[in-house]
Design a protein around this ligand. Structure first.
Ligand code: G6P
Length: 735
């Protein structure tokens, strides 16, 4: 614009200059002609009289406003007569010789006077009798300057107007052609990519090749998102994509429990709970930092917190905050034991335990969800925090939190299976649960099958719009993405470095259990939960020993069973049944001091479990229904010696990934026993091949990838929500 204005100003100035010069030339010519006319008209009478007559006539002449002075000059330059007020500076004496001697048609020149331009004309006048004289006329030409200034002003104005009109017209043309260009381009881009490239007008071809490059770059980036995940990369995603924002995690179970010393000596010990959720999420929090909000369930939990109920963890190397919430016994009974574990847990697992739904529990569940939502809002340092809501304990929290922080990015992950829509309908508050979850930006499950069940349930019980292609639900103008993110463990495991090599673990564990050095050892590691198929597992071991007597006296099965939810009747009864079953098998099959089932019904810390994995010949995971099951992945992670066989229930999410395990139906006791025998007979080479493949997969699909992919999706959802807020529309309408 500056360049254009400068050009226009220069052109206007040039045009005015040319015009003014021309106007001056014309004016000078007019003046000379006028002077000649005057001279020829007055000559006879001017020379006829005496000096006074001449003076009078000259005075009469200068009444003309343009004529400033008139004088009669003698050929030698003396002045014979002059009008009154004749400008002395330009009198006869100042005339050059050329003027004095000029014959027809006379002499003229422009000069600059004090008040502007003057034009001098000297014309010979004669009456034929006396000697010729010169009539000197001085014309005032300042009006030419005034006209020139006016002309210049109007010329500038005219050019400015033309420039303005030109700019408006050019802008309009540019806008219209931009609209038509973008419309055509959109048409080309929105039609299927390949065919559009062929049919697209030539002018779009270079652009289309750029778009193609961009698409392949994005695809490469997408592919990169699939692999190479480490804690550093996760941190980097947080920094680059989410501005390094601190993450808030809400999970019922805390990663570290402070317990008073049972000996009553006033000491406090830290317990790592048996929870797949904690196993997965804790390394993520170590990498990301932020705050984990949980129920403070340990007897010394509130002895170690600060005034805001915060404590820095992990205790040995603090990197993030744990915020503990106190629950009253009534709240814990209704929300945790009642609605969460007797209701939703039983509902979501097809393990033949009847779900119990009581309205009193439901009230406590709502209340505690609201309390946690308020605590999250307190902890949030911004109006749009990133909140990772974990598991079935907090189905209502996303909606409550959305009411408190409408701009929050809420990622809810459901760690257990989602049942079929029909089964889900057993829950008397099915609508409220679904609506609560749809307060999330993203709802995640381990498998696509669980996502599909969830979408079916929404379809059946809620008024909402399902977008099956995007796998999302739109409700009240807000979109919730429903995605599968198979959970995993950290890789390489933090425990690997601190644990002795497999051969040492093998020898040490056998020694501690009082087994011979060459004993074959199988392990099972679970919470004492009816979904884990512990009874079916022990029955399969019994069948193995019956069917394959060669293993009698040589094979032991160690079942680690961490006590869990033991105030619930179904769990208490299970513990009794498992205890009785182990005793019965040992009684029936055991002999000469050989008792094949070793039941360890107590809590084991993670390093102890890791040693057991390294010591075992096989690990049997026999869940009757399980979202993922991380025991299977932990066993694989522990076996850097490439030995050991994983026997895995097909009803776990892990069975979809760890296909080199021996996959079994745990209900089929004979087939499971056959798999256990095959595991014990498997050659070291085959064990190595299977283990190498599974280790590669767990290394690749580790928990940093799980968190990273969720956070990347959250970033996109967040950008979209922010854009929609700026555009003033619903988030989904911005896509
Ligand atoms: C499952 C659930 C977790 C829970 C864990 C242990 O893995 O998905 O949310 O933490 O069991 O159960 P608990 O009731 O002891 O926390």
């Amino acid at each position: 614009m500056l360049a254009l204005l400068t050009c226009l100003a220069l052109v206007a100035w040039g045009a005015a200059e040319v015009f003014n010069r021309q106007a001056l030339a014309w004016a000078e010519r007019d003046v000379v002609m006028r002077a000649r006319l005057v001279a020829s008209a007055v000559a006879p009478s001017l020379l006829h009289g005496d000096g006074k007559d001449a003076q009078r006539q000259l005075d009469a002449m200068v009444r003309d406003e343009r004529l400033m002075g008139a004088a009669l000059c003698l050929p030698d330059g003396r002045q014979e007569a002059a009008s009154d007020g004749f400008p002395a500076a330009h009198g006869c004496a100042t005339l050059p010789a050329a003027a004095l001697q000029a014959g027809e048609p006379g002499w003229d020149r422009s000069v600059l006077g004090p008040a502007g331009a003057l034009h001098l004309t000297a014309l010979p006048v004669s009456d034929g009798r006396r000697a010729p004289r010169l009539l000197l006329l001085v014309h005032d030409m300042s009006y030419v300057d005034r006209r020139a200034a006016t002309t210049r002003r109007y010329t500038f104005l005219a050019f400015a107007l033309v420039g303005l009109l030109g700019a408006v017209a050019a802008g309009l043309v540019a806008r219209l052609s931009w609209i038509s260009w973008t419309t055509q381009l959109r048409k080309v881009l929105l039609s299927p990519f390949r065919s559009s490239a062929a049919k697209a007008p030539r002018r779009f071809q270079p652009l289309l090749s750029d778009v193609r490059d961009l698409v392949s770059t994005l695809a490469a980036e997408e592919a990169r998102a699939e692999s190479g995940w480490t804690p550093e990369r996760l941190k980097q995603v947080l920094r680059s994509q989410l501005g390094g924002e601190a993450i808030l995690v809400v999970a019922n179970r805390e990663p570290y429990i402070h317990e008073r010393d049972p000996a009553g000596l006033g000491g406090v010990r830290v317990v790592h709970p048996a929870s797949g959720l904690v196993t997965a999420l804790e390394p993520v929090m170590r990498a990301c930092s932020g705050t984990w909000l949980a129920h403070g369930s340990g007897s010394a939990d509130f002895d170690v917190v600060d005034a805001r109920d915060h404590v820095r963890v992990p205790p040995d190397r603090p990197t993030y905050d744990l915020r503990r919430l106190r629950l009253t016994p009534e709240e814990e009974r209704g929300y945790y034991y009642g609605f969460s574990n007797e209701g939703l847990w039983a509902l979501c697992h097809s393990a033949h335990t009847r779900p119990e739904f009581r309205s009193g529990d439901w009230e406590q569940y709502q209340l505690v969800n609201r309390r946690f939502a308020e605590a999250v809002a307190q902890e949030a340092g911004a109006p749009d925090p990133i909140v990772l809501v974990q598991d079935y304990h907090f189905a209502l929290l996303p909606r409550y939190l959305r009411e408190l922080l409408p701009r929050a990015t809420i990622l809810t992950f459901w760690h257990i299976p989602w049942p079929s829509a029909e089964r889900f309908g057993i829950c008397p508050w099915e609508r409220e649960i679904l609506d609560g979850l749809l307060g999330s930006s993203i709802v995640g499950f381990h498998t696509q099958a669980h996502c599909n069940n969830f979408l079916e349930s929404v379809d059946r019980y809620l008024e909402s719009r399902l977008d099956r292609e995007r796998s999302s639900v739109v409700q009240g103008g807000r979109e919730t993405l429903v995605r599968a993110y198979p959970i995993s463990i950290d890789w390489p495991s933090r425990l690997a470095d601190g644990t002795a090599p497999a051969a040492e673990c093998r020898a040490a564990v056998r020694r501690e259990l009082g087994l011979p050095e060459d004993a074959l050892l199988g392990v099972g590691v679970d919470r004492l939960d009816y979904t884990k198929g512990i009874e079916e597992r022990l029955l399969a071991v019994e069948r193995l020993l019956e069917r394959h007597p060669r293993f009698q006296g040589r094979f032991w099965f160690l079942q680690v069973a961490a006590p869990s939810r033991s105030t619930i009747e179904a769990y208490r009864a299970l513990a009794e049944r498992v205890e009785a079953l182990a005793a019965r098998i040992n009684e029936r099959i055991g002999r000469d001091g050989w008792r094949p089932i070793i039941l360890a019904r107590r809590h084991h810390e993670p390093p102890a479990i890791f040693r057991l994995y390294r010591a075992a010949d096989l690990c049997y995971v026999s869940s009757l229904h399980d979202g993922m099951n991380l025991v299977a992945k932990e066993f694989v992670a522990a076996r850097d010696d490439l030995r050991g066989v994983l026997v895995l229930s097909r009803f776990t999410g892990a069975a979809r990934e760890l296909t080199e395990a021996l996959i079994v139906n745990p209900y089929d006791i004979d087939a499971s026993a056959g798999a256990l025998a095959a595991a014990l007979d498997m050659s070291p080479a085959e064990q190595g091949e299977r283990m190498r493949s599974m280790r590669g997969l767990v290394a690749e699909l580790n928990v940093y990838r799980w968190a990273g992919k969720m956070l990347l999706d959250a970033t996109r959802a967040r950008r979209k929500e922010r854009l929609a807020t700026r555009l003033g529309g619903a988030p989904w309408s911005a896509s």
